[in-house]
Ligand binder design. Structure first.
Ligand SMILES: Nc1ncnc2c1ncn2[C@@H]1O[C@H](COP(=O)(O)OP(=O)(O)OP(=O)(O)O)[C@@H](O)[C@H]1O
Ligand SMILES: [Mg+2]
Length: 265
């Protein structure tokens, strides 16, 4: 990416060890150093258990690093803040609130007035393709629609970055592809800097400007892959399939290390 674009997020030598009740150390993340520029869409791809969620939760401020520093807009990350919008795999909407009220929740907490809340939620409902469902309750929506609400809710207070942890992981393949295409459009419309955790090479290529491929645990960044295929990306195109094969080979090397034995450290 153009180096004149400001750096949004910076990780320097991030290490995260967990200490279990039995006194054992789990070395989750060993050394993550990266920079994300304003407006970039980044995928964090890696084998299960390599520390992708752990890293994302440190960016969210839910976990503190054991070593290393994280910066957002030049300021150290020291805890959670509304300047990071988050979407999880599980549907975590408020069941007693309508679509509109779910989206407006954060704005209510911030004390935004009714008119500006309605304006903002209306905009976002249009952006995520939920016009006509403003007054529906979550249990009446499909999983894909619920995740659209979750995306709109995360964008509502115009966070500095959008953090997504396998948001489409529980959806069927067709719905997932549709949401990938729509997320590409949402990103084109908002230019929101996004960090998206996934196991799926297809998702990572479909969405990202760059893919950070994590090694097996304790993780570092094995490769940074720039995806230059023009959007919208057709998953049956030769370029897509070729890149998918290359990344899968590299990812599988890491997955196999887990099956054979612990990652050397
Ligand atoms: N609170 C915790 N206490 C102890 N160990 C933890 C804790 N949270 C995560 N871990 C361990 O850290 C490692 C990384 O976990 P993490 O959930 O970040 O992996 P992941 O890459 O997101 O995996 P997946 O793709 O399966 O979601 C795992 O070995 C996990 O068991
Ligand atoms: Mg995870």
């Amino acid at each position: 990416m153009n180096s004149s674009v400001p750096i949004k997020l910076k990780a320097e030598g991030i290490k995260k060890y967990f200490y279990t009740h039995e006194g054992q150390i789990v070395r989750a993340v060993e050394n993550i150093t990266l920079e994300v520029r304003e407006g970039e869409f980044i995928a964090l791809l890696g084998p299960s258990g390599c520390g992708k969620s752990t890293f994302l939760y440190m960016v969210a401020g839910f976990e503190l690093s054991t070593e290393g520093e994280l910066y957002l807009d030049g300021d150290p990350i020291t805890g959670p803040s509304p300047n990071r919008g988050i979407v999880f795999q599980e549907y975590v909407l408020f069941p007693w609130r309508t679509v509109r009220k779910n989206i407006e929740f954060g704005l209510e907490i911030q004390g935004a007035d009714k008119v500006s809340r309605a304006e903002r939620s209306g905009e976002l409902i249009g952006l995520v393709g939920l016009k006509g469902f403003e007054d529906a309750y979550p249990h009446t929506l499909s999983g894909g629609m619920q995740q659209r609400v979750a995306i709109a809710r995360a964008l509502a207070y115009d966070p500095s970055v959008l953090l997504m942890d396998e948001p489409f992981g529980a959806l069927d393949a067709q719905t997932r592809r549709r949401l990938i295409n729509d997320l590409v459009k949402i990103h084109e419309a908002t230019h929101k800097t996004t960090m998206f955790v996934t196991h799926s090479v297809e998702e990572a290529i479909g969405l990202s400007d760059r893919i950070f491929l994590f090694s097996c645990r304790p993780s570092s960044i094995k490769e940074v892959i720039e995806v230059t295929i023009p959007r919208p990306r057709e998953l049956t195109s030769d370029d897509f399939i070729e890149l998918q094969r290359t990344i899968l080979r590299s990812l599988n090397e890491e997955v196999e290390k887990i099956v054979i034995g612990p990652c050397p450290f």
